[in-house]
Design a protein around this ligand. Structure first.
Ligand code: AGP
Length: 611
């Protein structure tokens, strides 16, 4: 997905836009560009990061109080200068920036070429702005009307901003399937993919809904929908502080977010969990909790790390709620014809709340009559607005592409939901319920303690920074953690890594074991501990290099593994919250030692808002 920022007001537009693009670079960063009305409608764009665009702009006349910028994660057309946004229309009197995919761009392009249009790029976006201008010329209408008419014809997802040389006070923004926020300042307006580029200027925002068009013209904001129905702007105050999106002295956002986890887990439980009164209060579920309590089956849909959180939840819900749970990759679920019956409840898990596959899975499940709960971290994002109920994880903005604090916050919310449901179903004893509430309250301090292993983990990372492969193994609640550890490593260090249930090794993967293969075992004291110890023996017998995550004080594992990382003990059903911490740190340090761009790994984006 891409990042878009636009501004009109009393400030120097390029300053606001460049700074805003830097805050959005986590969304995509293979090329960037800016359009300004500085004497003419001028576009400056190139392959590379915002910093490179900034150097490219040195010496240019940037005097303009209106403009827009874009940072790209390529969908149509490789990352290069021509495919970077913004894009001109045929006459170069219009310009557009776009996050999304226009699915019928090929047919539109064919029609436009037949009319004599020529294109400089391979992108669907350039077709989009040519199409808008073609309509404006045929209909002889203002820009905002031309945009609206074009939106009645395009198929696909978009968050766009369009500007015109001939209407120098106007910005036209619209969205469908990709997020767009309008910031309302004093005599100035901002438009962006999320609130992070806006909040240092204003906390007053309007979250555009699908098929809505925001027009700022002559200092006035109006909103209507694609059907031309005028709408009253619903201005909300976003409670995001600037320091939350700064690095706070850490070298990378990812490291900051790893170390924020004691607080983010605390924030996630605040006002919701109180072991002294045995109360769990999840406001967002209130009207629908009964649907979960009476569910015949729970389907969890998610992607990536959020899918791993779903796997942990499967063990937890089945153990305590005695409700069958199925965890599905949203990208698979959405394209097969799943059987969804009355009494099925779907839980969609997403940090960004904008993942296209997860949104599509929600739509499919809704169309088949299921009740949908959303577990999201970004307030006002698309998934919370597409679901019947849900809960925010309150982990704060997660800027690093590799998800860390959002994962542990997702687990906390899922644990709290499952315990509420189990209590209501009478499938958990009061004693066990209380015991788990008390233990959950100790997790922030246990995570704090696990973070103190950072230096030891850095030392281990140095030993394996040149490894070409890794295997991660765990059983039970630690099996999804093995998958998560492997994903963390591969997505930021580019080392191939696989996670398996430890018992699976003998069904093939053990053939991979030799003296070059680092094998990370999550071997904390739990009901499958003895089995994992045997699996460690099997790997050692084949000269595999064992790195073990063990329960503190575990002499046996310490005697067996080449490296042992000892984490605080906790109930096995909550262990993923603690055992994942060293794996986050291990992947971080290996990636830094390999000179990788930890916060913006190659080929990735923070939220995949395209299919
Ligand atoms: C996690 O580290 C990855 N960046 C990625 O797998 C991510 O979890 C996935 O794209 C889902 O994103 P979401 O939680 O925002 O839906």
């Amino acid at each position: 997905m891409c990042g878009i920022v636009a501004y009109v007001g009393h400030r120097k537009a390029s300053d606001v836009i460049i700074k805003g693009l830097k805050r959005l670079e986590y969304r995509g960063y293979d090329s960037t560009g800016i359009a300004l009305l500085n004497g003419g409608l001028n576009i400056y764009k190139k392959k590379g990061k915002v910093a490179e665009l900034e150097s490219f702009l040195q010496g240019q006349n940037l005097n303009s109080q209106i403009g827009m910028g874009h940072t790209r994660w390529a969908t149509h057309g490789e990352p290069n200068d021509e495919n970077a946004h913004p894009h001109y229309s045929a006459t170069k009197k219009l310009a557009i920036i776009h996050n999304g995919i226009i699915e019928n761009y090929a047919s539109l392009k064919q029609e436009l070429i037949r009319k004599g249009h020529q294109f400089l790029s391979e992108t669907d976006t350039e077709v989009f702005i040519h199409f808008i201008e073609d309509i404006q010329e045929n209909e002889q209408c203002p820009l905002d009307e031309a945009v609206r008419l074009a939106l009645t014809k395009v198929v696909g997802a978009y968050a766009i901003v369009v500007m015109s040389f001939e209407q120098p006070d106007m910005l036209v923004a619209a969205r469908k399937g990709s997020p767009l926020v309008v910031g309302v300042g004093k005599g100035e307006y901002f438009m962006a993919s999320d609130a992070t580029p806006i909040i240092e200027y204003t906390n007053e925002v309007v979250y555009l809904n699908d098929q809505e068009i925001a027009v700022v013209d002559g200092g006035k904001l109006t909103i209507r929908n694609v059907a031309n129905l005028p709408l009253t702007p619903y201005i909300q105050t976003v409670d995001l502080e600037l320091e939350a999106i700064e690095k706070g002295g850490y070298e990378h956002f990812m490291l900051k977010e790893i170390f924020e986890q004691p607080r983010s887990i605390q924030d996630c439980m605040r006002g919701r969990l109180d072991s002294t009164t045995n109360r769990l209060t999840l406001g967002g579920l209130r009207d629908y909790l009964k649907k979960l309590v009476n569910a015949d089956r729970i389907l969890i849909v998610a992607c990536g790390t959020s899918w791993h959180a779903g796997l942990v939840a499967e063990y937890f819900f089945e153990e305590f709620c005695r409700i069958p749970v199925e965890v599905e990759y949203a990208s698979e679920f959405r394209y097969r014809n799943p059987v969804i019956r009355e009494g099925d409840v779907v839980i969609a898990i997403s940090q960004s709340g904008e993942t296209a596959d997860t949104l599509a899975a929600i739509d499919l499940a809704k169309s088949k009559g299921a009740i949908i709960f959303g577990i999201c971290n970004v307030v006002g994002s698309s998934i919370p607005r597409a679901t019947h109920a849900g809960a925010y994880t309150h982990a704060g903005p997660e800027i690093g592409v590799a998800s860390t604090k959002a994962f542990t916050a997702q687990l906390i919310v899922l644990n709290m939901i499952a315990l509420s449901v189990a209590r209501n179903r009478g499938t958990i004893t009061d004693q066990k319920y209380h015991e788990l509430l008390v233990e959950l309250e100790t997790i922030p301090s246990k995570v704090e303690k696990a973070l103190k292993l950072n230096d030891q983990i850095k030392h281990i990372a140095a030993e394996f920074q040149d490894a070409r492969n890794f295997i991660y193994l765990g059983r039970g609640y630690n099996f999804p953690v093995a998958l998560e550890g492997a994903l963390k490593l591969k997505e930021i260090s580019y080392i191939h890594a696989e996670g398996y249930p430890a018992a699976e090794m003998k069904h093939g993967p053990i053939a991979l074991i030799d003296e070059h293969m680092p094998v990370v075992f999550i071997a904390t004291k739990d009901s499958s501990y003895e089995k994992v110890v045997s699996n460690i023996q099997e790997v050692k017998a084949r000269k595999g290099r064992v790195i073990a995550i063990a329960t503190e004080g575990d002499e046996l594992i310490r005697s067996m593994a080449e490296f042992t990382i000892e984490v605080p003990a906790t109930n096995e059903v909550l262990m993923p919250l603690v055992s994942v911490i060293p794996l986050q740190l291990l992947s971080y340090h290996i990636a830094v030692m390999r000179g990788c761009n930890v916060d913006q790994p190659r080929n990735l984006a923070k939220s995949v808002t395209v299919e």
